[in-house]
Design a protein around this ligand. Structure first.
Ligand code: UGA
Length: 429
């Protein structure tokens, strides 16, 4: 099949490269020429395991290219996937401007009988709302909605090994086309109407975010009662009705999806006259959760003004350079407000963090230089290299104090070394 993909963000690029790996001819479109040139040179615009290798392989086989020329690309393809961003408006509602302009470009260039599939995360009813745009082209078209469930850091792996595939369709042709495209995958395929497909994506992300805020709430209660939340999470995770995944307590969820999507669902639902209570609490709890690390810090070092605080981990999760909505931003911002001298280190996300904080903080080139002379350290992202901290690291600090915001370290081992260990959901009192 000849596939065009509009948008070369996480979803667009991974979708395009993976469909090329499955043998389709794919062209990805983006309006930013530098991004397109880099992709054509085999350099993905994002850091993602396996992606570069697959991209280079697909380019070499002649199955993949990127372009800024959306008109020719759409005209020469059978199906277009819309994978553009759906950012938040200031009130949390979804901004559909890029979706509409992608739809307008496709409508202008498509041939009779073209199929359009929305893959971006959009509130229920959005895909149907594009119908007048395509109808105005006076050409026949087919419309589908096929949400994506990939995670940053394992996006290729997730695309190639899905738990399920959701096929939202408006007519038999779009359903059959999606079934054909996903024929190599043996997982369950859910065929539903367009708005159900859109809702499934929001329900999925909302449930996962709720699970995280739930365990964070339990963690906050545990701290006051001398209970270790990881023991509680482990035990309840063995109940198969609950399951062990997404029960890691910590400094809260970030990234480009959970915060944006839950806010969009809440705002959309409110506009339909139902004000979600549970999901609003999930957001509220998550907004406060990063700052709990500072409360714990205060409880051990007293006043923060003038203290040297090192922050290990800036990305919203390990194995990515992405700092969008990362808890580290809130934590560092607050530390600076209360007069701390902050040094930060992250294996991949330093440049992205620098673009937000500029020279307000010091940037260390490795863990040791980050810890040197510090009054306390906050572990905010659980990169694997932080789990290997030894006494040699802590000897460099002015006082060996660590607040574990991801429960990534072994408290018993550190306490035996003479380190003052505190953490989210740990027996701090
Ligand atoms: C999330 C979903 O997991 C994907 O299924 C979905 O496709 C994607 O959003 C999207 O909508 O595009 P992602 O944002 O890449 O993927 O990252 P996750 O691995 O889900 O982590 C999100 C945040 O939750 C991170 O800040 C992570 O540290 C936090 N988290 C995760 C916890 O605090 N505890 C956990 O147990 C799990």
């Amino acid at each position: 099949m000849h596939i065009s993909v509009i948008g070369t963000g996480y979803v667009g690029l991974v979708t395009g490269v993976c469909f090329a790996k499955l043998g389709h001819t794919v062209t990805c479109c983006d309006i930013i020429k530098e991004k397109v040139d880099a992709i054509n040179a085999g350099r993905p615009s994002i850091f993602e395991p396996q992606l570069e290798e697959l991209l280079k392989g697909a380019i070499n086989k002649g199955l993949f290219r990127a372009t800024t020329d959306i008109d020719h690309t759409v005209r020469d393809s059978d199906v277009s996937f819309i994978c553009v961003g759906t950012p938040s408006q200031p009130d949390g509602s979804i901004n559909l401007q890029f979706i509409r302009s992608a739809a307008e470009s496709i409508a202008r260039s498509m041939k009779d009988g073209h199929t359009i599939i929305v893959k971006s995360t959009v509130v229920p009813g959005t895909t149907e709302s594009l119908i007048p745009i395509f109808t105005s082209s006076k050409k026949k078209f087919h419309l589908g909605m096929n949400p994506e469930f990939l995670k940053e850091g394992s996006a290729v792996q997730d695309f190639m090994n899905p738990d399920s595939i959701v096929i939202g369709y408006s007519d038999d042709y779009s359903r059959k086309l999606l079934e054909e495209l996903y024929r190599p995958f043996t997982c369950p395929k859910i065929t539903v109407n367009l708005r159900t497909a859109e809702m499934i994506k929001y329900a999925n992300n909302s449930f996962l975010a709720t699970k995280i805020s739930f365990i964070n709430e339990i963690a906050n209660i545990c701290e006051t009662a001398g209970i270790d939340v990881t023991e509680v999470a482990h035990a309840i995770g063995l109940d198969q009705r609950i399951g062990s995944k997404f029960l890691r307590a910590g400094a809260g969820f970030g990234g480009s999806c959970f915060p944006k999507d839950i806010k969009a669902l809440v705002a959309w639902s409110k506009s339909k006259v139902y004000s979600p209570k549970l999901l609003q609490s999930v957001l509220d709890l998550n907004a406060d959760q990063p700052l709990r690390m500072i409360d714990i810090l205060k409880s051990v070092v007293g006043t923060i003004n003038g203290k040297r605080v090192s922050v290990l981990g800036l990305a919203f999760k390990p194995d990515t350079d992405d700092v969008r909505e990362a808890p580290s931003i809130k934590i560092v911002d607050q530390l600076l407000k209360i007069g701390a001298i902050v040094t930060v280190y992250d294996p991949k996300a330093m440049d992205n963090f620098r673009s937000i904080f500029g020279d307000k903080v010091k940037y260390a080139s490795d863990i040791k230089s980050c810890l040197k002379g510090a009054d306390a350290t906050l572990l905010v992202t659980e990169w694997d290299e932080f789990s290997k901290l030894t006494i040699e690291h802590f000897k460099l600090m002015k006082s060996p104090v660590i607040i574990d915001g991801r429960r990534a370290l072994d408290p018993d081992k550190l306490l035996k070394m003479g380190v003052t260990y505190l953490g989210i959901g740990w027996k701090n009192k």
